[in-house]
Design a binder for this molecule. Structure first.
Ligand code: BGC
Length: 930
């Protein structure tokens, strides 16, 4: 029997044990082959000497059990545990812990920039030198920028972060990293360098010719190097007017949207080494920025993967285009030798349209890099920009382009992957993979809408709907907790309103349903997935503030009416140029969110023990719920807006009581069946519709929706070769042309929010209580799938659940429950039960309805056809093969009802059409008997 401790961690970051506060929380995982293992107590040892015993089973985000840490402190932590079986594990590997915060008042570095910039948003270099009288015991660099920067010491970059310090609400919140630079310093002369560009700080935000700089015209950086010499003396080197700067170095222009211009002839070897002659440089300009940076709490952006060129294409017009086979966010690394002064231009796009680069969806983002050769062997990689693309058009490559000379360097916030899903349908697996890539590209310092066009902003609605999926796929507790601090800052700046984008760069904030509700939803999701009570408590005042804003907007009637709303954005019925013209009324969506957010605040209050708040917000929720029901719901349970999203909201947000919810679930399932299981939801309805169906006993309909093909459906994009989730159901039209609307990105994660449901319901692996302290295992075998499986690296360790059809007609369910947790298991046809940690298997009856496939004829009822996945699918495919007009009529304009027949729906079809259809019917029947 072995029990060992793995993954001892500090606070939320998964990449480093950096204490961003003097009392960082501790977590650890237990690996054991003992089943039903529970922790009875844990011992934590500081620096191999001081040991504290903690009774009980807590192993996640455990309060710091020692005196508070001092700034600049370095310690080691070990953990061991004793199980309820009385056995004690060995000590864990020691975890090296470093303080990453500064004492109050200790930050003294000034922000510095160039005195003589070459135009606006000028990239540049800053340097200084320092003498150290002896060897260094420990040194930490605290640095940040109003812009984007990298620091180097004696010619070596201090870390592997890129685009540091990321984007925050710069007016009030900047973050610094705390980098261990001990190894880079030497006794004697040392050089410190800062490479700097404008990044988000100087970017121009806004649409329709309104784009403008929000923060400043020139970037600046601030750094404080804390050095402890071997003799115990401390030396601090900070940025200030004594540094020297120049608009020098290979980067001549750089912008997030524009791309970067790099001229290798301007490389300055040795500029960040001691002894460099900087007499031509000018003293740095000290800027007025007064924000004191706080410790970064999230993992930085890093280079996370390298990918080769898949194919070199020549377009119809003769251009050379590289295809990387994946829509992603990256920069390209080029190695080549060209004539001095020769320039290569690279443009980026997500798709090809009629064989050429499809750049229209980028709107005003130039997304173009240029590389000018030095004449020697050059290595280029743009440093302070990023592009969302799959295809790159290369102009001016000297000689024959060698694809080996180019590599894509994927960049993104470096979070730990935690969730995987697999099933028997490769298209669904690809859909899931597309969601993962969408998240990798859009979790770049902040959660963005898209990574390619002139937006890339922290759109609150997008992350509101995607946060459950995000927290399943990656450990993004740190990432989202950091962004929530920006949400809080913006709410403080705008009387409680959570704006449509955070950081807010689009005019005056106004409350918008489903977008501003990120203020209540995201902290709730973080609590559900990580039991992160601190984030919940920190955010609680702002959760309340948001609901208070809505209550005010809703007045006496407790209905939020008449305000500007995005509503069920991009529902498939909305015309290309009017993405907000959804089937579901905007006020119905708005008032539903008032109920939902008030409920979430009440639940958070209960969790935090704030009884008065709980009561107040419960009352608000109840009054708003009643108002919503009275205004919008008929006594029998129809919603005045008879739409998929309206029913999905009512069920998923608990807007009606259980009996009415059931009636609504039935109606929703009926609407879907009538439509031939075609999705009709936008940003609001899409993430919740499958859950709403499952919770009202219509898992079958949810499965049919998942496996639908054609526009609009989740699988449509997959069948069109998508490698990320598209912004709209038909960003690419079936004929291969790009949707004419403005909202046509090919990398928007909102519709990918279905992935969380794949994990929780289809494979059946979800959190039963906050932070997966208990699992909820409830697999739902779906018609059309043979097996499904999810793996989740929970805070307690790896969990797994899945099911597979067996040859004898039963279904085998398996599960892996991590040590120190239990699982409540809800299997179809059985009463729920609880199991302990370890591996489990159960055999169950196949719960899926076995319907005899309908024998097809002109007289077959449409209801019978649509109920059978294979018959329905085969009929559509056969008809498509013979007559696309008829196929469209069947797919888009047929109401699949019991009391109508094929004959009825194809009324008026020509003699040729009838013959073709009869042949299609025969082929479907024949294929079934085979
Ligand atoms: C963005 C979104 C965002 C929306 C607001 C778009 O321009 O790309 O995803 O949520 O505007 O409705």
């Amino acid at each position: 029997m072995t029990t060992r401790i793995s993954r001892v961690r500090l606070e939320r970051r998964t990449d480093a044990a950096l204490a961003d506060t003097p009392a960082p929380r501790l977590s650890w995982e237990v690996e054991t082959d003992v089943t039903d293992w529970r922790q009875d107590s844990a011992q934590v040892r500081l620096d191999g000497t001081q040991t504290v015993t903690l009774d009980g089973s807590a192993s996640q985000l455990v309060a710091w059990p020692f005196p508070p840490l001092a700034a600049h402190a370095r310690h080691s932590i070990e953990v061991r545990v004793t199980g309820t079986d009385g056995e004690t594990s060995g000590w864990s590997e020691p975890l090296a812990v470093r303080s990453a915060f500064l004492e109050e008042g200790e930050w003294q570095a000034s922000f510095i920039g160039l005195t003589e910039p070459d135009g606006a948003a000028c990239p540049g270099l800053l340097r200084t030198e320092v003498d150290l009288p002896g060897p260094v015991r420990a040194a930490t660099l605290y640095a940040t920028a109003a812009g984007v920067y990298q620091a180097s010491i004696n010619g070596t970059d201090v870390d592997d972060g890129v685009l540091k310090p990321g984007w925050t609400v710069y007016q009030e919140r900047l973050v610094h990293e705390a980098t261990d630079v001990t190894a880079l310093l030497q006794p004697g002369r040392n050089a410190l360098g800062l490479r700097l560009a404008g990044g988000w700080w100087t970017e121009q935000f806004g649409f329709h010719g309104q784009a403008r700089r929000i923060y400043g015209d020139q970037p600046a950086a601030a750094a404080q190097l804390h050095i402890e010499l071997a003799d115990g003396t401390v030396q601090v080197v900070s940025t200030g007017g004594h540094w020297r700067g120049a608009a020098a170095g290979p980067i001549t222009a750089s912008g997030i949207y524009a791309g970067e211009d790099v001229d290798a002839r301007r490389a300055l070897p040795g500029w960040d080494q001691p002894g460099f002659d900087d007499t031509g440089w000018t003293p740095a300009r000290v800027t007025e920025i007064a924000v004191v940076p706080e410790p970064a709490i999230a993992e930085p952006v890093r280079r996370t993967e390298m990918l080769p060129v898949q194919q070199v294409l020549t377009t119809p017009s003769g251009k050379t285009v590289l295809d990387f086979g994946q829509n992603f966010v990256c920069r390209q690394r080029l190695r080549l030798q060209g004539p001095a002064g020769h320039t290569i231009t690279v443009r980026h796009a997500e798709v090809l349209e009629h064989g050429e680069l499809g750049v229209r969806p980028l709107r005003h983002a130039k997304a173009t890099d240029t590389f000018t050769c030095s004449g020697n062997e050059d290595a280029f990689e743009p440093e302070f920009t990023f592009h969302g693309f799959r295809y790159a058009e290369v102009t001016g490559w000297p000689g024959d382009l060698d694809p080996e000379a180019i590599t894509a360097v994927v960049v993104g916030s470096d979070m730990r992957r935690t969730g995987w899903f697999f099933c028997s349908d490769e298209r669904v697996n690809r859909l899931h993979e597309n969601v993962v890539w969408g998240m990798r590209g859009n979790f770049l310092s902040l959660p963005t809408d898209c990574p390619q066009r002139d937006e890339r902003m922290g759109w609150t609605g997008d992350i509101q709907v995607f946060s459950p999926t995000a927290t399943t796929l990656f450990d993004c507790d740190a990432f989202l907790a950091s962004w929530l601090r920006d949400v809080a800052v913006e709410q403080r700046r705008s009387d409680g309103i959570c704006p449509i984008v955070v950081p807010m760069v689009l005019g005056e904030p106004r409350p918008t349903a489903a977008w501003g509700d990120a203020a209540t939803v995201v902290p709730t999701v973080l609590f559900e997935r990580y039991a992160d009570r601190r984030a919940l408590a920190e955010q609680f005042p702002w959760m309340k503030a948001w609901v208070d804003v809505l209550v005010e907007r809703s007045g006496e009637r407790m209905l939020w009416e008449g305000d500007f709303q995005f509503g069920d954005w991009l529902d498939p019925a909305a015309p290309p140029d009017r993405p907000g013209d959804a089937t579901t009324d905007k006020d119905i969506v708005a008032s539903a969110h008032l109920v939902r957010s008030a409920d979430l605040v009440a639940s958070a209050a209960a969790e935090l023990g704030r009884t008065e708040d709980e009561e107040r917000y419960r009352q608000i929720a109840d009054r708003a719920r009643q108002a919503w029901q009275q205004e919008y719901v008929t006594p029998a349970g129809r919603i005045v807006c008879d739409s998929q999203t309206a029913y999905a909201m009512a069920i998923a947000y608990g807007l009606v009581d259980d009996e009415v919810a059931q009636a609504m679930g039935d109606r929703l399932a009926a609407l879907l069946r009538q439509s031939g299981f075609m999705i009709g939801t936008g940003f609001v309805g899409t993430p919740i519709i499958a859950d709403a169906l499952c919770s009202t006993g219509h898992a079958d309909a949810a499965g049919r929706l998942l496996l639908s093909e054609g526009v609009p459906s989740w699988l449509y994009a997959v069948t069109m070769g998508a490698t990320t989730i598209w912004e709209r159901w038909d960003s690419m039209l079936p004929d291969g042309s790009i949707n004419p609307g403005e909202m046509t990105s090919f990398n928007h994660y909102a519709f990918g929010a279905v992935a969380d449901w794949l994990h929780r319901r289809v494979a059946g692996l979800g959190a039963g209580s906050p932070g997966y302290a208990t699992l909820h295992l409830a697999p739902v075998p779906l018609q059309g799938l043979e097996h499904a499986r999810a793996v989740q690296d929970t805070p307690y360790g790896r969990a797994e659940t899945g099911w597979s059809e067996q040859a004898d007609g039963t279904v085998l369910v398996h599960a892996q429950v991590p040590a120190n947790t239990t699982a409540e298991v809800a299997l179809p046809g059985r009463d729920p039960f609880v199991v302990g940690s370890g591996r489990h298997e159960w055999v169950i009856e196949d719960p899926r309805p076995s319907r005899p496939p309908a024998e097809l004829s002109w007289q077959t009822s449409l209801g019978a056809i649509v109920d059978d996945l294979r018959t329905h699918r085969a009929l559509l495919a056969e008809v498509e093969a013979v007559d696309s007009y008829l196929a469209e009529r069947l797919r888009l304009h047929t109401s699949w009802q019991d009391n109508q027949t094929l004959q009825d729906t194809l009324f008026g079809v020509s003699a040729d059409g009838r013959r073709a259809l009869s042949a299609a019917i025969d082929r479907v029947n024949a294929s079934r008997t085979r």
